[in-house]
Design a protein around this ligand. Structure first.
Ligand SMILES: *Cc1c(COP(=O)(O)O)cnc(C)c1O
Length: 219
């Protein structure tokens, strides 16, 4: 199926309260334009410089989401335009984003990445550290960043029960945090292989790449 047909299928399948981030990493601008022409406006990338060069080339009403791990020294390249940073996992990184956002006279929306997967390789904070950060005085001083939700990735496995348990765990954390912080509105979880399980467990933002654009040759 073509990119536009895949998108049509997703738009039919996803309920209105679930936002679709089209993950276009490694794909050429011509592919992004096909999605754009089919109505897609939110794109996710995992490398800052790749996202920046696509931002230069694409129409200006595109919303850009950084979904990958962020290196502090590269924040400056996306600060002028990024709409949502999904994988924030430290106060140190937030301070850098705040500094660059201020230079650009912007406020940048961020999600805290929570570690829910078993594997050691996944980035993210544990629940206690995230709770401490969210209620810290230091965070209140950062006027140019706003934490608007949480993000998580499940273990890469065929075991649907495990995936479901991990997403459920994040949904519980999200609900608990929301009692104290009404600004949290986004729960970003689910990719091509597990977005259905994520939605069953309360996701309201899915990050879908290969199921829209086809398989990638490299990450
Ligand atoms: C690549 C990537 C995705 C999309 O993966 P697919 O399996 O192609 O849908 C989602 N989230 C993150 C953080 C990614 O790096």
């Amino acid at each position: 199926m073509s990119i536009s047909e895949n998108l049509k299928k997703f738009n039919k399948e996803l309920p209105n309260n679930v936002t679709l981030v089209a993950v276009s990493k490694t794909k050429p601008v011509s592919d992004l334009m096909e999605a754009y022409n089919a109505g897609q406006r939110i794109f996710g990338e995992n490398k800052i410089q790749e996202m920046e060069s696509k931002w230069q080339e694409m129409p200006k009403d595109v919303e850009w989401h950084m979904i990958g791990h962020v290196q502090r020294n590269k924040v400056k390249y996306m600060a002028p335009f990024v709409n949502l940073i999904h994988a924030v996992d430290s106060l140190k990184l937030l301070k850098e984003i705040n500094k660059e956002a201020e230079k650009n006279e912007r406020t940048i929306a961020c999600l805290l990445q929570i570690k829910i997967a078993e594997e050691d390789s996944k980035f993210g904070m544990d629940k206690a550290d995230a709770a401490t950060l969210l209620s810290s005085e230091e965070l209140k001083k950062l006027q140019n960043v706003k934490i608007v939700g949480l993000m998580g990735m499940a273990t890469f496995t065929d075991d649907e029960k495990q995936i479901s348990d991990e997403f459920q765990k994040l949904k519980k954390i999200y609900d608990q945090f929301r009692i104290m912080n009404s600004e949290l509105k986004i729960l970003s979880m689910g990719m091509s292989g597990d977005y259905k399980i994520a939605m069953e467990n309360g996701s309201n933002m899915v990050r879908v790449g290969s199921a829209i654009f086809g398989e990638r040759n490299y990450q």
